[in-house]
Design a protein around this ligand. Structure first.
Ligand SMILES: *[C@@H]1O[C@H](CO)[C@@H](O)[C@H](O)[C@H]1NC(C)=O
Length: 203
């Protein structure tokens, strides 16, 4: 990567790529809408559809200042069953901290952060699932924030719109712990909603 990167740039670029990788592995859109591209030093599947790309990019750009101010607790990509609107899975990016998000990083620091973020993308790519029938799943983006004024792209979520999974039906799978000590601490994990058959029923 060229130029003078700041931690915030790398985190937002990582999330931008991560959303596209999630859409690919979940088969939200047909596979031919994706192409392999090198990001953070590895080949990942990114979306070729300009509307999807700009939708994600615009939302993240608008949220940039809240990330910089440390007001974003979690960024979540829910995968929903289209017919019922129920959450099947949440890809969670838990921000534990970005230190001095707008300072310029030197080359060594950028490389170090890239290695960690690449590891997270590689883990996501490896989660590749069986492709669902077309148009049966959909997706969303949700941010859990503290004290931010909402803008044009982000609206306040109420009730089920927060896409929370009932804790009694939730299983967690760690994907990657990104901890570069002095730069970024970010936890990536998957929350899955267990089907009723998986839940132990206590009579
Ligand atoms: C980059 O910055 C870190 C932290 O300030 C420092 O320890 C390291 O020596 C720097 N590396 C280079 C190549 O300037």
């Amino acid at each position: 990567m060229e130029g003078s990167w700041k931690p915030i740039d790398l985190v937002l670029e990582f999330l931008f790529v991560a959303v596209q990788v999630v859409l690919f592995i979940e088969g939200v859109y047909p596979a031919d809408l994706f192409e392999r591209n090198r990001k953070f030093g590895i080949a990942v599947s990114v979306c070729r559809h300009p509307d999807v790309c700009s939708y994600v990019r615009d939302h993240l750009t608008e949220a940039r200042k809240w990330f910089e101010e440390g007001k974003v607790e979690k960024f979540v990509i829910p995968i929903l069953e289209r017919s019922r609107g129920s959450v099947m899975r949440n890809y969670v990016f838990l921000l534990r901290g970005i230190r001095s998000p707008t300072r310029k990083l030197n080359e060594t620091q950028v490389k170090d952060l890239e290695v960690h973020l690449r590891g997270a993308l590689a883990r996501l790519m490896n989660l590749r699932r069986s492709t669902p029938p077309l148009d049966t799943v959909t997706w969303d983006m949700v941010m859990f924030t503290s004290g931010v004024p909402l803008g044009q792209s982000w609206a306040a979520a109420a009730g089920t719109e927060t896409r929370e999974i009932d804790p009694a039906r939730k299983s967690l799978q760690a994907i990657k712990d990104v901890d570069t000590g002095s730069i970024v601490a970010l936890e990536v994990y998957l929350e899955e909603s267990k089907t009723p058959e998986d839940v132990n029923v206590v009579l």
